[in-house]
Design a protein. Structure first.
Length: 395
């Protein structure tokens, strides 16, 4: 037989859950942060980079030589998937101005006399200029133009060698004495969708987790209803916080699992460790972000400052997690600081599990880091209780 005290405890818990459910239904902030924004970001980023790499980036050609050979070079450059020659310019000044106006991202410059120098077995110089203000476009076009320059040089050398009577094997041994093979690991397609979406989308989810956790508890302070909450929880801070965050945790876990299924089961992004391991990592990540969100409110126990802390910490996560710039190349103190960001540990677990296919036990320090984030508010449970019950709202 269940005691009356046990029934009262259960009633208090579910009363808080029902109370929170009504708030979720009537406050549009919850609907936006829990469902609309994460799903929109998932669809937006994966479709934005659906082709993996941008194609047909506009480029120009300045061909002052204007011979059959140089016109063939321009046509071959246009044949590259990522390059589209949209204009030929009479001189470098026109091409430079077009690049400054944003009409092209790069231009290929062939000076007068190039073909004649090739025929005399001299070394002509061709140049290409890229606008690296647009990093991706400039880098991709620069790679294509460099390759085109090397191919043109090889073709010219091959013509000369053939005229001297060299065999095919002799020509290749001279033109390419060392054959280079490139094998990109983890993302062999060099697919920007795979590279970016796997971290950008969980990172955005983490921002919403930080902010909504702070917002949910911070509203009790703002509205002065903290004592009412603690009364329903019979002054048990663990019951109060668990009941308040239960619904949003379920929603975030559901959205997180949908993200994993969409990325690895529908889009078939590389996942050599199995989908179920990524689901476990996502569950730990969601709980860790909520624990960090509670800690943010404990440190800055006002809604305004807490939300500012949450948004700032979430945005910095993208720069310090190691996705865009290697952490080992950062200053020592920043390397240590990176460990305080849940997205850093998610990124390392993603690489360990999805790309390398290792078991979670191979990366247990990062799993334990998630556990540490989850348990972090427990260290300050007394302060959290005092904040909810007695903190006065400061606009």
């Amino acid at each position: 037989m269940v005691s009356a005290q046990g029934r009262n405890n259960d009633t208090g818990f579910w009363n808080i859950v029902r109370r929170e459910f009504r708030r979720v239904i009537h406050d549009p902030v919850y609907g936006f942060c829990l469902v609309i924004a994460p799903i929109f970001c998932l669809v937006f980023f994966t479709t934005l980079m659906g082709k993996g790499l941008p194609t047909d980036l506009p480029a120009g050609v300045v061909d002052l030589d204007n011979t059959t050979t140089t016109r063939m070079v321009a046509r071959n450059l246009d044949a590259f998937e990522q390059t589209k020659v949209v204009a030929h310019y009479a001189n470098v000044t026109e091409a430079r101005r077009a690049m400054q106006r944003g009409e092209i991202y790069a231009y290929f410059y062939i000076p007068k006399g190039t073909t004649e120098k090739v025929n005399r077995q001299e070394s002509p110089t061709v140049s290409f200029y890229t606008n690296n203000t647009f990093l991706v476009a400039g880098s991709l076009l620069g790679k294509d133009m460099r390759m085109m320059a090397e191919l043109a040089s090889g073709a010219a050398g091959r013509t000369v060698l053939r005229a001297k009577g060299a065999t095919e094997s002799q020509m290749m041994a001279f033109l390419q004495p060392i054959v280079i093979e490139t094998h990109p690991i983890g993302n062999p397609w060099i697919n920007y969708n795979v590279y970016l979406s796997n971290i950008l989308i969980p990172g955005i989810l983490g921002i919403f987790l930080f902010m909504l956790t702070v917002y949910t508890i911070g509203l009790e302070i703002k509205w002065g209803t903290g004592r009412e909450l603690m009364a329903l929880a019979e002054d048990n801070i663990f019951k109060a916080v668990t009941a308040k965050l239960l619904l949003q945790t379920i929603f975030f876990l559901t959205v997180g699992f949908l993200i994993m299924v969409y990325l690895y089961a529908i889009l078939h992004f590389p996942c050599y460790g199995g989908l179920w391991r990524m689901l476990i990592i996502m569950a730990l990540y969601v709980l860790a972000c909520e624990g960090m969100g509670l800690f943010m409110l404990i440190v800055l126990p006002t809604l305004r400052l807490g939300l500012s802390f949450a948004s700032l910490w979430g945005v910095i996560s993208f720069s310090i997690c190691g996705m865009s710039y290697p952490v080992i190349a950062m200053d020592g103190w920043i390397q240590g600081l990176s460990l305080l960001f849940p997205l850093r540990h998610y990124y390392l677990l993603y690489v360990n599990t999805a790309l390398d296919g290792y078991a979670l036990s191979n990366a247990w320090p990062y799993v334990m880091a998630f556990v540490g984030f989850i348990l972090l508010p427990v260290l300050f449970v007394g302060r959290l209780k005092n904040i909810i019950k007695n903190m006065e709202y400061i606009p």
